[in-house]
Ligand binder design. Structure first.
Ligand SMILES: O=P(O)(O)OC[C@H]1O[C@](O)(CO)[C@@H](O)[C@@H]1O
Ligand SMILES: [Mn+2]
Length: 435
């Protein structure tokens, strides 16, 4: 079925979530970044000396300038740092300028582009510093999201431990049941991001296990069966990829999924992908990943410590891998991966299945376009088929694909805010692959 390619989501539409995000949510996130930077003054002075406080002032100045540009709908300007991705960013800006027939602007240009650009401009300020070039303005929030969820984490890991003790003697049906369950755990783990709440606290305080049953009817597209078929039938490829989303409790749920995939023998190697810079407030960077494993390892809670140790070994033995690629923090959607990051696309080709976590990855799969909700998921991928893939996403933006006729109207009757509040979700699978 050939559909016309729809328009990108954009703040041009004043009733859209894009408009609300750019007008209200992003300025709040920027103010919080400026606050965080100011609050670090004494600490940074003690550790790094007076020059570092000058750098903090520089960063805070850049952030308030950025907020002003956004709020007054100024043109997006080229980046001026020397990052490994600066050239490709500036090239993408030139392409966009050409496509739009004028300078791209915050409230006019595609939402995906301008929102990514905002996070890259925060990084531009930081990257120009000599002493503070590794600063992560969201670090404390991410750490807090993890520590505030510790109780729920221990409950979950205790449960995982019980399963792992039975895994060697478990039947195929049992193993499939474990996977079904942990797919849903990783799915709902995505409710805990800090960007949707404009970086307010957002941790998991209740046991996610108690919530699964009650949340299941809220999975609007549930392709779990197809995921299981794919894992069963594809015995040749032994690596599975997880493109991660947020640090905190969501990362814990993703590590649990990785553990289940490995311990049930669905894969020999799990490759996890994180971000090369602080991104959309809560996304996992290398330091977040290391810090999380370290915190588990050092925890006084028994199951957290147990998996902290086991997962360290998995990383040492390379049955788990964590990598970062610049592709995840450039503004291109995934249909562009083949040309823009061909080596990553090629690596995905030997994956048994690639899991994409979260809302932003889903937006990038769909190109952040205004699809008719009944458009098949495969069509919305527009040729992005490196391997079978599965999106695990709670709905936090006003786009969706793969719904049945009439489904949107039905869910709307239950919950007016269903597209945005994270209480609804999709497990969307596409088995096509360009091998
Ligand atoms: O962490 P996630 O699930 O990708 O969500 C990120 C958030 O950023 C957005 O993509 C845009 O602000 C929202 O749709 C979503 O709330
Ligand atoms: Mn995120």
């Amino acid at each position: 079925m050939q559909e016309n390619i729809p328009e990108p989501l954009s703040a041009k539409n004043k009733s859209s979530f894009a408009y609300f995000t750019i007008r209200d949510r992003l300025p709040v996130i920027l103010s919080k970044v400026a606050d965080t930077v100011y609050r670090k003054k004494t600490f940074v002075k003690d550790i790094h000396g007076e020059d570092a406080t000058e750098e903090l002032k520089f960063i805070a100045g850049c952030i308030s300038k950025l907020r002003n540009e956004l709020q007054t709908n100024k043109p997006l300007v080229p980046l001026k740092d020397n990052g490994p991705d600066t050239e490709v960013w500036n090239l993408s800006l030139a392409e966009l300028t050409q496509r739009e027939g004028g300078e791209p602007k915050w409230f006019v240009s595609p939402w995906l582009y301008v929102e990514c650009y905002m996070y890259r401009r925060i990084q531009e300020a930081i990257a120009q510093c000599t002493i503070l070039h590794n600063l992560d303005p969201f670090e404390e929030q991410k750490k807090k999201a993890f520590t505030d969820s510790e109780e729920a984490t221990e409950v979950l890991l205790h449960y995982l431990r019980q399963i792992s003790e039975k895994a060697a003697s478990a039947s195929d049906d049992d193993k499939e049941e474990y996977l079904r369950e942990f797919l849903q755990i990783a799915l709902w783990g995505n409710r805990c991001d800090l960007s949707i709440s404009a970086s307010q606290e957002n941790s998991q305080t209740e046991s996610i296990l108690d919530q699964l049953h009650h949340l299941e009817p809220n999975i609007l597209v549930n392709d779990t069966k197809q995921v299981l078929n794919c894992l069963r039938s594809n015995v040749k490829d032994r690596a599975i990829d997880i493109v991660l989303d947020n640090a905190g409790f969501e990362l814990v749920t993703d590590l649990c999924l990785a553990e289940v995939l490995l311990m049930c023998g669905w894969a020999d190697c799990i490759r996890m992908h994180g971000k090369a810079m602080p991104w959309f407030v809560s996304d996992v960077t290398s330091s977040d990943f290391e810090w999380t494993l370290d915190s588990l390892f050092k925890s006084s809670r028994p199951s957290m410590a147990y998996f902290g140790e086991l997962w360290r070994q998995r990383l040492e033995k390379k049955s788990w891998m964590f990598t970062v690629e610049d592709f995840w923090t450039i503004p291109y959607d995934f249909a562009k991966m083949k040309t823009s990051s061909s080596s990553l696309y090629e690596r995905f080709k030997d994956s048994k299945i690639v899991f994409f976590k979260g809302d932003l990855n889903y937006r990038k799969l769909l190109g952040d376009l205004d699809w008719n909700p009944t458009t098949p998921f495969e069509v919305t991928l527009r040729g992005f088929h490196p391997a079978p893939l599965c999106a695990l996403r709670t709905c936090k933006a006003d786009l969706i694909a793969g719904l049945a006729a009439g489904q949107k109207e039905t869910v709307e009757k239950y919950d007016k805010n269903w597209m945005l509040n994270g209480n609804w979700a999709v497990i969307s699978f596409c088995g096509k692959s360009n091998q």
